[in-house]
Design a protein around this ligand. Structure first.
Ligand code: NDP
Ligand code: MG
Length: 381
């Protein structure tokens, strides 16, 4: 029996993780956490019987407490609740599927208490990878990627020494606006940006896929997970989303992982690693796919990718500013307060304004996040 907890259980990755639990009776859920979706959390508690559940808001936690007063479940709230869930005894794998930098502190607490991390929450590594990776090493904890590209790289590296790795080919669908020019992007609406051609995901990451900011975050995530330099990571636009990423070895051999675009495979792989389990559902039919195509990314049009690479090169606190500015700008875009192109413009302004800190500690990372939010409010007022 493998015992797990999920941060962000009501979201896209969280609910798909629970589908895998449903199909594998030897997985047991010990803890669940979400933001405010009390209704779904109540259903999840009734079905999966965790011992602890956390809601971000106090109000939601109070409501949940009433709804499940007939059950022996402990209800907690806020950051204290997330930290308690992350560090409590009685489970082995924490699935980090919250969205945004809120994931940093619970991930650190889980590592310090020896949990394996199944990591979907890329923002944590982007902003605090220099703290998380050495901490995981110190505690002998594995960080297993859930992100489909990173899972593909991880699967392609399996059993090989990374010294033999020459580079990583990180694939990108190109999002709903692939092939468009800047002039066409200015009129794109929230509804247009949320129409991802291949993947069904949460709203924030779907917008990140339309701006290609998601790919910039993934370049940084890959750098931390696999210990490679930026120059060893090539973004490859692959509109069919069948090759989920590949690695090239020093002898030129290129090994990748293919499959239908379905997050359940990488989630399940992380939960059972190094084992593989059968999975229900359709399998990839190469005859039906027919053609796979590859293109260079359009860095001129998709400024978000360009800025992300700049943030990665500058390093220190700059990736935090890039990420925090993007989180805030995407929220404003989803709220119809700014246009699509303003997302990258706001990110650039925040990065230009920031005085970079070389090796930020957790306090400085959270401070840079707060200052970036304030600066956006100031210039957007
Ligand atoms: P969703 O928006 O679908 O879900 C986010 C989850 O986080 C929800 O359960 C939400 O709860 C919860 N949450 C939000 N704020 C808080 C908070 N303050 N405290 C506790 N819980 C909170 O996101 P996704 O599942 O799409 O993405 C999650 C992470 O995984 C992101 O980092 C994303 O980049 C990454 N990822 C996602 C992929 C995908 O296919 N979706 C693919 C690869 C990576 P509530 O519902 O109550 O608001
Ligand atoms: Mg991805």
């Amino acid at each position: 029996m493998k015992k797990i907890a999920i941060l962000g259980s009501t979201g896209s990755i969280g609910t798909q993780t629970l589908e895998i639990v449903r199909e594998n009776p030897d997985l047991k859920v010990k803890g669940l956490a979400a933001g405010s979706n009390v209704e779904l959390m109540e259903k999840q508690i009734r079905e999966f019987a965790p011992q602890t559940a956390v809601m971000w808001s106090e109000e939601a936690a109070a409501d949940l407490k009433k709804r499940v007063s007939d059950l022996p479940v402990r209800i907690l709230c806020g950051m204290d609740g997330l930290l308690e869930l992350a560090s409590m005894d009685g489970y082995e794998v924490l699935v980090t599927a919250v969205v945004g930098m809120i994931g940093i502190r619970p991930t650190i607490a889980a590592i310090e208490s020896g949990k394996t991390i199944a990591l979907a929450n890329k923002e944590t590594l982007v902003t605090a990878g220099h703290l998380i990776m050495p901490l995981a090493k110190e505690h002998g904890v594995s960080i297993l990627p859930v992100d489909s590209e990173h899972s593909a790289i991880f699967q392609s590296l399996n059993g090989e020494d990374t010294k033999r790795l020459s580079r990583i080919l990180l694939t990108a669908s190109g999002g709903p606006f692939r092939g468009k020019k800047r002039s066409e992007l200015s009129s794109m609406t929230v509804e247009d940006a949320l129409k991802h051609p291949n993947w069904s995901m949460g709203r924030k990451i779907t917008v990140d896929s339309a701006t290609l900011v998601n790919k910039a975050l993934e370049v940084m995530e890959a750098g931390w997970l696999f210990g490679v330099s930026l120059d060893q990571i090539q973004v490859v636009v692959h509109p069919q989303s069948i090759l989920h990423s590949a690695v090239e070895y020093v002898d030129g051999a290129l090994i990748g992982q293919m499959g239908l675009p379905d997050m359940k495979l990488p989630i399940q792989y992380a939960l059972f690693y190094p084992d593989r389990r059968p999975m229900k559902g359709e399998k990839l039919d190469l005859f039906r796919v027919g053609t796979l195509t590859f293109e260079r990314p359009d860095m001129e049009t998709f400024r978000g990718l360009c800025l992300g690479i700049r943030a990665a090169r500058e390093g220190g606190s700059m990736p935090t500013v890039f990420n925090a500015a993007n989180e805030k700008a995407v929220a404003l875009f989803l709220d119809h307060k700014i246009g699509f192109l303003s997302i990258a413009e706001l990110i650039e302004k925040c990065m230009d304004h920031h005085h970079r800190i070389e090796n930020p500690d957790l306090g400085q990372i959270l401070q840079a996040e707060a200052e970036t939010y304030e600066y956006i409010e100031h210039i957007n007022a």
